[in-house]
Ligand binder design. Structure first.
Ligand SMILES: NC(=O)c1ccc[n+]([C@@H]2O[C@H](COP(=O)([O-])OP(=O)(O)OC[C@H]3O[C@@H](n4cnc5c(N)ncnc54)[C@H](OP(=O)(O)O)[C@@H]3O)[C@@H](O)[C@H]2O)c1
Length: 247
């Protein structure tokens, strides 16, 4: 796979899956611009960890749930690079709670960061993709968005919403050579999952047929394929990277 000459944007690239995606797209020759919420040191670490120095890797602070932040972020990218070929909607959070205890703020925040962000970001890039007659939109959902999860009603709703959103975008823009696909990771070892109690981690592990947690790179490999020319005829799909968990 070769992404030379492509301009790729990754949301939430400072850590975890997003960092692995930034590194992979950079390795394949894309210019990568990524954003993060507040962890500047981690963002700098992502930039430093990229191995291909022939292309730029740029980090921006931008809250993907904030309409003005997203507008400014994409304006600066389009001013400098004049196009965006690939967008990986990866930034996400969880605020787990049982429904009875779930606070308004826990519901609202998760929907805004995980789902509304995909709308805000896609709306900013769709015109340039239409003009260039090329676009690869990739959305990071979750196994939980497919089958739900007790204690994660807000997170599951946001991730299920991403799937419906991406399929709608796939239908709206298929005729413009713009594809929209969803990656649904299972249990990937990142700061998000490291916070879970050992008992929950062990329970998950027992239910993964491949008997190991996933790595950011497992997800990044699929993202890179979906971003490439080789995936030109694939759109509106939800593909799991989960060691068989969602089977
Ligand atoms: N890990 C898993 O097992 C798993 C499974 C299924 C799906 N996923 C999904 O995969 C994606 C990445 O997960 P992860 O485990 O890599 O998470 P993570 O390690 O917690 O990293 C989250 C990333 O998102 C950024 N971010 C959070 N809120 C943001 C906001 N409002 N604006 C911009 N950036 C924001 C963070 O920036 P800062 O560093 O500045 O905080 C960070 O770069 C998420 O959408 C998650 O739901 C993860």
């Amino acid at each position: 796979m070769d992404l030379k000459g492509k301009i790729a944007v990754v949301t939430g690239g400072s850590r975890g899956i997003g960092r692995a995606v930034v590194r992979k797209l950079n390795c394949l020759g894309a210019t990568v611009i990524f954003n993060y919420l507040s962890n500047t040191a981690a963002a700098e670490e992502t930039v430093k960890s990229c191995s291909n120095n022939t292309v730029k890797v740029i980090s921006h602070r931008c809250d993907v749930s904030n309409v003005e932040d997203v507008r400014i972020f994409f304006k600066s990218i389009l001013d400098e690079f004049e196009k965006v070929d690939i967008v990986v909607n990866n930034a996400g959070i969880n605020r787990d709670n049982l429904l009875m205890r779930m606070k308004d703020e826990e519901w609202r925040k998760v929907i805004e960061v995980n789902l509304t962000s995909s709308f805000l970001v896609t709306r900013e890039v769709i015109k340039t993709m239409m003009r260039k007659k090329f676009g690869r939109l990739i959305y990071i959902s979750s196994v939980v968005g497919i089958r739900g999860n007790a204690g994660q009603a807000n997170y599951a709703a946001s991730k299920g919403g991403i799937i419906a959103f991406a399929k709608s975008i796939a239908q709206e823009y298929a005729g413009r050579n713009i594809t929209a696909n969803v990656v649904a990771p299972g249990f990937i070892e990142t700061e998000m999952t490291n916070k879970l109690p050992e008992s929950v981690r062990t329970k998950y592990l027992a239910s993964i047929p491949m008997k190991r947690y996933g790595k950011g790179e497992d997800v990044a490999n699929l993202v890179a394929f979906l971003a490439s020319e080789e995936a030109a005829y694939i759109t509106g799909q939800v593909i799991s990277v989960d060691g068989g968990l969602a089977m």
